[in-house]
Design a protein around this ligand. Structure first.
Ligand SMILES: [Zn+2]
Length: 115
């Protein structure tokens, strides 16, 4: 296996202990990852070193707040929407039957619904 060198400074790259997919430059402290690049000229797939933005590299800093999924503001709204959807579907499926049963149980109410 050939030694991998940093594309920007030529320094030695070391595999990140926390994430084996990441290569860390000991010289300039940059992080790289291998990305499969499909060459249009040769039709071959190559492994190419691409720099990893700082934000997605492993950081030992643990955030205290729980992981946000982005759905939090919609959580209760989704729940309400699902409940409404459920009742609408139930109403569509069983509504006429329930109405017929209701009419059978309360014959006097039929005249009220048809003024
Ligand atoms: Zn470097």
């Amino acid at each position: 296996m050939t030694e991998i060198r940093c594309p920007s400074c030529g320094g030695k790259l070391q595999i990140d202990k926390q994430n084996p997919k990441l290569e860390h430059c000991v010289e300039c402290n940059k992080t790289y990852t291998f990305q499969t690049v499909h060459s249009q000229e040769t039709g071959e797939e190559k492994q190419q070193l691409v720099p990893v933005p700082e934000s997605i590299t492993y950081r030992p800093i643990e955030k205290k707040e729980p992981k946000r999924t982005g759905w939090e503001p919609y959580g209760w709204k989704r729940g309400v929407a699902l409940v409404i959807l459920f009742f609408v579907l139930m109403g569509l499926m069983y509504g006429p039957k329930i109405y017929q049963r209701y009419q059978m149980d309360h014959p006097q109410t039929t005249t009220e619904s048809h003024p």
